[in-house]
Design a protein around this ligand. Structure first.
Ligand code: SF4
Length: 119
């Protein structure tokens, strides 16, 4: 059994995850999201990753990016390495894909804001 705090919302419910049972049983969750989170966290923890990427020719030098969905926690450092030294050309718009299919996860890094061309 593992104990953890659900991070899906500010309530922070304390979960007990019985990962030695099939299917995995979760107690302490107030809603279904917590049950899903607890079961996934016990087997393959995932996180949404945020970072910044350099912009060439933009009205700002950097653009914030994030994974469009959560990726396995164990892949975070390798995913961030894909952004190291990467530059995107302005304009870039919120939602534009910066890195497609991160490490074969099917999840993209996308821009979280718009950067226009510098005048
Ligand atoms: S179990 Fe539901 S209510 Fe509790 S922290 Fe998770 S998402 Fe929020």
């Amino acid at each position: 059994m593992k104990e953890m705090i659900c991070i899906c919302c500010p309530m922070g419910c304390r979960l007990k995850v019985y990962d030695d049972e099939t299917p995995i049983r979760v107690e302490g969750n107030t809603c279904r999201r917590g049950a899903k989170y607890g079961a996934e966290e016990a087997v393959c923890p995932k996180r949404v990753v945020t970072a910044t990427v350099r912009v060439k020719g933009g009205d700002t030098e950097m653009v914030s990016v994030k994974t469009k969905d959560a990726i396995p926690k164990r892949a975070i450092f390798d995913a961030l390495a894909l952004l190291k030294g990467r530059t995107v050309a302005a304009p870039i718009f919120e939602g534009d894909v910066v890195v497609k299919d991160i490490l074969g996860t099917g999840v993209d890094f996308v821009a979280t804001k718009t950067v226009r061309k510098s005048i």
